[in-house]
Design a protein around this ligand. Structure first.
Ligand SMILES: [Zn+2]
Length: 84
């Protein structure tokens, strides 16, 4: 039997790996650009309001301890990749 030569096979594998690497790089670069432009997300515990309502008294509230009342938290990627 005469299949493709070992060189052709290796070249195909190298080409595929390069394509995957380039795609991953482009995705990472666009994700990083998104983090740079929008580094914050809504705080989950107060849903971005920055305040915590009392369970007992409906009108009383305090600042959210998670986001210290800002309602914003840094996105996961911004914390992990240290994007400022
Ligand atoms: Zn909060």
């Amino acid at each position: 039997m005469t299949g493709p030569s070992i060189l052709t096979t290796l070249a195909t594998i190298a080409l595929c790996l390069t394509a995957v690497a380039v795609t991953a790089l482009i995705l990472l670069a666009s994700y990083r650009a998104s983090l740079k432009r929008h580094p914050y997300t809504d705080c989950r515990r107060c849903k971005g309001t920055g305040e915590r309502r009392s369970r007992l008294f409906a009108n009383s509230f305090g600042y959210c301890p998670d986001c210290t009342g800002t309602g914003n938290k840094p996105r996961l990627g911004a914390r992990l990749l240290n994007v400022r």
